[in-house]
Design a protein around this ligand. Sequence first.
Ligand code: SF4
Length: 427
Amino acid sequence: MPAESILLRFMEGEGTADLEAYLRVEGYAAARHALTALTPEEVIEIVDRSGLRGKGGAGFPTARKWKFVPKDAPLKYVVVNGDEAEPCTFKDHMLLERAPHLLLEGIIIAAYAVGAHKAYVYVRREGYLARERLRQAVAAAYARGFLGRKIFGTGMDLEVVVHSGAGAYIAGEETALLESLEGRRAMPRPRPPFPAVFGLYGRPTVVNNVETLSHLPAVIRLGPEGYRALGPPALFSVSGHVRTPGVYELPLGTPMRQVIAAAGGLRPGRRFKAAFPGGSSSALLTAEHLDVPMDYEPLRAVGSMLGSASLIVMDDTTCIVRVVARAVAFYKEESCGKCTPCREGTYWLSQIFDRILEGRGRAEDLELLTHISRGMSNGACFCLLGESVPPGLEASLRHFRHEYEYHIRTGRCDVEAALAAAVAPGA
Ligand code: SF4
């Protein structure tokens, strides 16, 4: 954990979902300071110098996104992306459940910076507790004058609406999320124009993720240099074959080996095999990458990405073919069907994986998997959902080709065979 925890301290123990608990840890002090002592331009400048980047996956600099919003537009919106449907990504839902006021304070700061007076928080339907805690927090904040008319006694009005999504992965894509908010099926829009210029109901809209906004009170409280000195900090969702899966706050750039250690290390007696550093849409890495810093550029340099900082750890009991097949099946289910490479590509990849796992693999299947994957790459798909499939698949073929070949040659899994052989003598 960094010298000072800036998010987890609001989530530990009983959390700070209760307004009184949040106020006891200086809750809403940063938003009050921003609105009463800083101009919107000064807030944007502080956020810019802090280096804060979007935590939803793309890693786009937050202040730069805000600067695209036209200053003189009469009506603007802040939209919070709380969909978080990437497999094994759960930090945003934990923030909503345990520290919803931290998000509301971040929303106030962001709305003030860009000149918006209405914000929508989009939370997927399955997040019942997250949504209810957030709704209670919104009601409590209204009752204390932290939301509504003339907040903190200033001229700033802000309305916050909690919206329940229907539960579709594609709704996490920011333009599909806007479509869903407007009452249509979640399908991505062509870009440009970007939401900062033409967003919700055609108005300039800032779309930020839950964790991104939750950093803002600390950015204001500590100042850009103080915030940067902490790492900068980030939340990592760590899952898979570690002893204590959960959410950990560590400086960006912490080596993967140390993130795994923070989660209690591997299960006893097991060896590290592979990991997705940024959810199932990132290219999987192997033991040779254990010392790669978990940050945007270093992970890109080894052909993967930080994404939503959701580290999925796999030990030597894992069949990589089955893992990738599961991810492909997920993307096939969640493909919105708008464009052919994603709709057809995920379908045919799934068919081939089913065939291999059922022991009916063909010699030409690996070439076919590569061919379809290439057809979905390099901008062929309309949005990032389709583009999410090739990195993991191609990395698995690069690092674990022998596992695919064994499945196809024998109709069995070499990992399962080895595990069965290991337990057989005493069984
Ligand atoms: S890549 Fe195409 S089909 Fe897939 S989710 Fe995006 S728009 Fe829909």
